[in-house]
Design a binder for this molecule. Sequence first.
Ligand code: RM4
Ligand code: MN
Ligand code: MN
Length: 434
Amino acid sequence: MANNYADPRDRAFIAEDNARLRGDLDADYAALGAILQRRGVNIEAVTANVASFGVAIPSWGVGTGGTRFARFPGKGEPRNVFDKLEDCAVIHGLTGATPTVSLHLPWDHTDDMPALRQRATALGLGFDAVNSNTFQDRPGQQLSYKYGSLTHTDPDVRAQAVEHNIDCIRIGKLLGSKALTVWIGDGANFPGQQHLTRAFERYLESTAQIYAALPSDWRMLIEHKMYEPAFYTTVIQDWGSSLMAAQTLGPKAFCLVDLGHHAPNVNIEMIVARLVHARRLGGFHFNDSKYGDDDLDTGCIDPYRLFLIFNELVDAQWRQAPDFHPAHMLDQSHNVTDPIESLMTSAIELQRAYAQALLVDRQALADYQQQNDALMAAQTLKRAFTTDVQPILARARLQKGAAIDPIGTYRRSQYRLGCAERRPAAQSFGGGIV
Ligand code: RM4
Ligand code: MN
Ligand code: MN
């Protein structure tokens, strides 16, 4: 780190910044504690729950993204997976909310995976699910994925895609991952282009081979997406196809819900409830969207929807739903913001939704539902959602030695400027336009 820049992971630097804000926070926390006490809620219990919440950072999220039209690189972008880890450590150091990283292969390829694991451990990070990539061709690849991968009509292409996924498991084992996330771009742009049933059957056949290579303590997370890059239909289009696949494959296969992968206005919390019921909710890729996009910052458009999803999750926790241990991951692309700032904000938005969902008076809600009191049932949710839980989030961070004001502390450190000096612009960077 260049001398004139502070290291935002430095505990002493964070503590110094926290000292300025501590008095106000204590006052706000005490005031909120009194309000919650009147509602029969113990603020310390909520804070402890929030403090234990973690979400994985997508390695591809710390670089600047782009659109089909252009990518405008940011300053000091990470040049390789080791740089990405440094940025992830900054996010975790300041928020205390992102203890793991989710890698994307081959974007994050390095010849020395054990060294990568060592570096992560030194930075206090672990690895969440590994993501395979058969939606683009890599240089020198033998067969093309232009017309599909795991569902391709050519068995040799399918075999190549299966092999890549099995390789991802091998690499994930070196890193200490416990899950493989499979998202394919396979689908069709025209009616008639693809035999809808046969393509799905080929998917099941290919994924069965991947499934067979899973270690016993691993999970396979199947991600659906309504469209893009295929614009007429995708093979794993919706949670129905995803659930059928998971149930066909076996008990280690689960459904992953990427919030942005649905049509506008789809009731995602209902999907979550159904997957919890089916015992197949594997995890999330959190983000937000307005139209057909799938990569905006979590909670930036519709925080109430995010809250309603967390309401289902807390409810499932509360009634101890079986096989319920969803993985939390972010999946965003940052085109106009500093990715570190966006990812910190998003992790905090998740904690906010979680804290608000913890405030729901579940017994009162159950009673109103039983009595068909629609208005009061809705109000019960709204009351939790409209509570300003900011002091709880800040207090949870403070307890961990993280920052009361992560963005403010980050900006004061000038980390990005230091990166711009240390990381001259790279020629190519995996996962630029996502
Ligand atoms: C896809 C999907 C996958 C992600 C890629 C980059 O839309 O969300 O999870 O790995 O984008
Ligand atoms: Mn995703
Ligand atoms: Mn996506």
